[in-house]
Design a protein around this ligand. Structure first.
Ligand code: MSP
Length: 682
């Protein structure tokens, strides 16, 4: 059986985890869960880095023994990781005896090999990085990562590790293993560093009490980085359990932040080479998560507690955001506004609503029991293609794309419902056979999507699987078997409360209490205002729908497009938007090429417009004010990046801007002078 050993960086415990450190644990957890889902025996290691001077200082500031302080912090870390549903198999602390034994053994081996020698260190030290810094690393005399702190000048007797000796071997390793460090930009950075040469590094600190004594010079403690890196081998039995070590070493993957890839891909492999040990298979250097555009840092006061975020909607929305919104390997940003927006779009309106709609339709039309009818149509093809994309993405650590692949199925299922309109198939004179097919396919699409999403949103995926009648215990799911489309098996669909009630007041920020659109009432998604005649068919069936799409709308006194207005009352608050929000709306000049009335509608006109880059159809609610022939050749302003909406059966790709005075007729926006189509309007 294949096996996979992956690790994350171990965290300094001078403060609680912040959202950036949590990001690393979430993404590594997704990889670990994906490997398990793929049937690979997986060992996922995390832990705490305790021998840091900052930890020691923090304990003294609090008036507690450093060990007691670290014990307390371990509980805090474990609590946060539990809140985020992180499924580590082992958690190591660097003050544990197994770790001390491993550090002393490995240090002794390097010493015996002649790779550790005594010398004198004189230079800068950044306590926050726990790293020796050269003059050229500082900006205005400060460490660029910790600009509020002044580095220390230290002059002490140290033991040095002959890192320079391993430069050629490291270069050779990088060249022979192009995947050793991912993503590529970090690999190139390290290659440049190696090519420019390496200095030996200090591996001990003199005159300190907090740390592991060097076995051959016990009046010195091991430098915290030399100590910390060894945790990966210590945890799987190096120096304490040979059989276990034999089974798991070398690690397959170290997941670490971009700031510490040098330690993991230069220092650590050199230490292992010196000790005669196998090198880890791969290191992934992920990017940083900023908060509201700023680097997350306790010392800068810009840090965010992952518990606060997880408490807002639960762990899964946070996990999904971290994975889907940030291209893995690059930097990303978290803001409350964006978080709530994605929650509403991906979870409340999209996945959550699909789950509710299926349950409502299955119950109403088929007593919640769905029987297989055929081999699967278009949705089955989408699901197959999504599985292929998902696998390739997840295997290549493009986690964001893996998440997107799963959502491809969800989007397709929502579109499929809109197109097939099960409520019309269910009417007298409808098509009962087709209705069976449609409902079964939607249930199956949801099942496959939930299997793919299991590593990313484990709790919610398990809940969805249970609701769509899959009784496989979540831990027993296997991608190869369960991620494929199945055209057999009766499905017992379960109804439940909405998984993710839509949240209102998006953008209020600050992690305060959440105002749900209708906390207790809605069973099938966001509440609608007074239903129109056409909408009432849905409401009657309990089948409310996504916000902007698929509602069969008739005449409504709304904006110029006739786009369905199903928003709900906003709380009284500052509703002004930022310039960034405004700039998301792509306002463009367009020219009307064709115009015609929409059959059976008094208000809607179907326009074909030239946007400068394409020709598209827009349905506009301006028929009472304009004759179609008046419009041809006219320059108008459109919202070009609206999601498509179906109005009276016609797909509208955008919205025409017009002034719509209360009770009056709409008047199109125009220009004093000729403006070419495609010009941006701001
Ligand atoms: N203790 C060392 C690691 C030793 S591993 C042998 C350390 N600890 S840390 O607590 O400062 O950072 C833990 C991990 O969190 C590191 O991989 C670091 O890169 C990562 N991150 C710290 N801030 C981060 C963000 N803002 N965003 C993403 N990851 C971040 O370094």
């Amino acid at each position: 059986m294949k096996r996979f050993f992956l690790t994350t960086a171990i965290d300094y415990v001078n403060s609680r985890p912040h959202l950036g450190t949590a990001y690393e644990k979430i993404t590594a957890d997704v990889i670990a869960r994906y490997k398990r889902l793929s049937g690979i025996e997986t060992h996922f290691l995390m832990g705490n880095d305790e021998h840091s001077q900052n930890v020691y200082k923090r304990a003294l500031e609090r008036g507690v023994d450093p060990r007691v302080y670290c014990d307390q912090m371990e509980q805090e870390f474990r609590t946060v990781w539990k809140q985020l549903d992180i499924s580590f198999d082992d958690f190591i602390r660097t003050t544990e005896p197994r770790h001390k034994a491993a550090v002393q053994k490995l240090a002794q081996r390097c010493f015996d090999k002649g790779d550790i020698y005594e010398g004198q260190y004189e230079g800068w030290y950044c306590v926050s990085c726990e790293a020796f810094k050269q003059e050229k690393d500082l900006v205005d005399g400060k460490c660029p990562l910790h600009p509020t702190l002044t580095p220390e000048w230290i002059r002490e007797k140290n033991y040095f590790f002959r890192l320079s000796k391993y430069r050629d071997a490291l270069l050779e390793h990088f060249r022979a293993h192009p995947d050793f460090l991912r993503p590529d930009n970090r690999r190139n950075e390290m290659l440049r560093l190696l090519e420019s040469g390496l200095d030996d590094i200090s591996v001990s600190r003199a005159g300190q009490l907090w740390g592991i004594p060097l076995p051959f010079a016990p009046e010195n403690v091991v430098y915290v980085w030399f100590d910390a890196l060894i945790n990966y081998a210590a945890a799987v039995g190096y120096a304490t359990d040979d059989a276990r070590f034999e089974k798991w070493w070398p690690a397959d993957l170290h997941v670490v932040g971009k700031d510490i890839t040098r330690f993991h891909t230069v220092v650590w492999p050199a230490m292992l080479m010196s000790a005669g040990m196998a090198l880890p298979g791969q290191v992934f250097g992920h990017g940083f998560v900023n908060f509201g555009g700023q680097r997350m840092s306790k010392s800068l006061g810009t840090s965010l507690d992952p518990s606060d975020v997880a408490q807002r909607f639960g762990p899964d929305p946070l996990r999904l955001y971290m994975v889907k919104e940030i291209s893995y390997g690059g930097d990303g940003d978290f803001s409350w506004e964006r978080y709530e927006e994605r929650y509403n779009v991906d979870l409340a309106n999209n996945l959550g609503n699909l789950v509710s709609r299926l349950a409502a339709m299955a119950e109403k039309y088929r007593g919640s029991r769905l029987s297989p009818t055929g081999s699967g149509g278009r949705l089955a093809q989408v699901a197959d293609a999504a599985l292929t994309r998902y696998r390739a993405s997840m295997d290549g650590f493009a986690l964001h794309d893996g998440a997107a692949a799963a959502f491809q199925i969800i989007d397709a299922a929502n579109e499929f419902i809109a197109e097939t309109a099960p409520w019309t198939l269910a009417r007298a004179g409808g098509d009962a056979g087709r209705l069976d097919e449609v409902l079964f396919e939607v249930a199956e699409a949801l099942r496959v999507a939930a299997v793919l999403l299991r590593p990313i949103i484990p709790g919610s995926a398990a809940e969805i699987l249970q609701r769509v009648g899959d009784t496989t215990p979540p831990g027993a799911l296997r991608l190869e078997r369960d991620g494929r489309w199945r055209a057999d098996g009766v499905r017992q669909i379960a109804k439940g409360s909405p998984l993710w009630p839509r949240v209102e007041g998006a953008g209020s920020g600050g992690g305060g209490p959440v105002a749900f659109a209708e906390a207790s009432a809605p069973k099938e998604g966001p509440p609608l205002r007074q239903p129109t005649l056409q909408q009432s068919a849905y409401v009657e069936a309990g089948l409310q729908t996504r916000l902007t799409q698929e509602i069969i709308v008739e005449e409504k006194p709304i904006g110029a497009t006739g786009a369905p207005d199903v928003s709900v009352t906003k709380p009284a608050e500052d509703t002004r938007i930022s310039i960034n929000d405004f700039m998301k709306v792509d306002l463009r000049v367009a020219r009307v090429l064709e115009a015609e009335a929409v059959p059976k509608s008094k208000k809607l006109l179907k326009l074909k417009v030239d946007t400068g880059t394409d020709q598209r159809t827009i349905v506009a609610g301006i028929a009472e004010a304009y004759q179609p022939e008046q419009l041809v050749g006219r320059t108008i302003v459109i919202v070009a990046n609206l999601q498509p909406a179906k109005l009276m059966g016609v797909e509208s790709n955008g919205m025409v801007l017009a002034a719509s005075p209360d009770g009056g007729k709409p008047t199109l926006i125009g220009f004093d002078e000729a403006v070419p189509p495609g010009s941006r309007v701001r």
